[in-house]
Design a protein around this ligand. Structure first.
Ligand code: IPD
Ligand code: CA
Ligand code: CA
Length: 281
């Protein structure tokens, strides 16, 4: 693994990385939108027969990798559909070429391209997200954030909702692709449903986190998020004033991610811990 002693990015570099993240996400998003055939075909499967990949997931990631290589050849790249590429600059791009592939497959609108750049070792346990863009492909909504620079939707500053009691909180979540994981997740959501305003399952974790950031949802929680699902949306939510955390005091990881206003997150974390939502398959 390549390391670097490069200094932490200053504000000018952060702003230029945000601008590049927007350029990358919108360029890939345009390919994804304009190249969508009337009938999208499944090109392959991953963790289970319903965890699908389309040709466009691969094409979008290849485009992102080429553009990153041209613009920032010393940076590393971690993407869902390819091998990790080590860099020498201390920065790594973390990309999800389509977040919401099942929605893309069915022609449902909630899918996005997620592009983040992180500083530090290329390891989600220690890296620091620096800049990110989540581009909602169909309507062009563009969520952005730079570390310490705020979160924006189409250039307008966004903020999380004030904390409400759980009983008045709109909560989104997502489910994994294996039967055993889903059985456990179903039990957790069944216990939560009577306690909250309602539950949403949007189908793009990056958009869930952005919806928390813009106040269109109060809370998101999910087990099983990969670094490319999380990196940009986590930064956007944080910069919008959210707490983004795991359970039992750990940071947000694949084990569990909970995002929202601090007091609401504290209440939801308590419930999820009591339900053992980060345990089992
Ligand atoms: C999925 C979406 C979904 C989440 C899944 C992810 P993909 O990403 O973010 O909302 O619940 O865990 O795998 O496969 O569409 O990139
Ligand atoms: Ca994803
Ligand atoms: Ca994806």
């Amino acid at each position: 693994m390549t390391t670097s002693s490069t200094a932490f990015p200053d504000d000018a570099l952060i702003d230029s990385l945000v601008a590049l993240a927007v350029q990358l996400a919108t360029t890939a998003g345009t390919l994804v939108r304009d190249g969508r055939p009337d009938q999208v075909l499944v090109a392959g499967t991953k963790s289970s027969p319903i965890d699908v990949v389309t040709t466009m997931d691969t094409d979008s990631e290849l485009l992102l990798r080429r553009l990153i290589g041209e613009a920032r050849p010393a940076d590393g790249i971690l993407g869902e559909e390819g091998d990790a590429v080590a860099g020498t600059s201390g920065l790594t791009w973390v990309v999800d070429p389509i977040d919401g592939t099942v929605n893309y497959l069915y022609g449902l609108p909630s899918y996005s391209v997620s592009v983040a750049v992180v500083a530090g070792e290329p390891d989600p346990a220690t890296w620091v997200p620096i800049a990110g863009c989540v581009y909602r492909v169909l309507d062009g909504a563009t969520y952005t954030a730079g570390r310490g620079r705020g979160a924006y939707l189409d250039g307008r500053r966004i903020a999380v909702n004030d904390a409400h009691p759980l009983s008045h909180s709109l909560v989104s979540t997502g489910f994994g692709y294996t039967t055993e994981r889903r059985r456990a997740q179903g039990a957790v959501v069944a216990a939560l449903l009577p306690l909250v305003r309602d539950i949403r399952r949007i189908g793009s974790a990056a958009l869930d986190l952005c919806a928390v950031a813009s106040g269109n949802l109060d809370l998101h929680y999910e087990r099983g998020l990969k670094p490319w699902d999380l990196a940009a949306g986590e930064l956007i939510a944080l910069e919008a004033g959210a707490v983004v955390t795991g359970l039992h005091g750990s940071r947000a990881t694949e084990q569990m991610t909970v995002a929202g206003p601090a007091a609401s997150v504290a209440a939801l974390v308590g419930l999820l811990e009591a339900l053992g939502a980060d345990e089992g398959p």
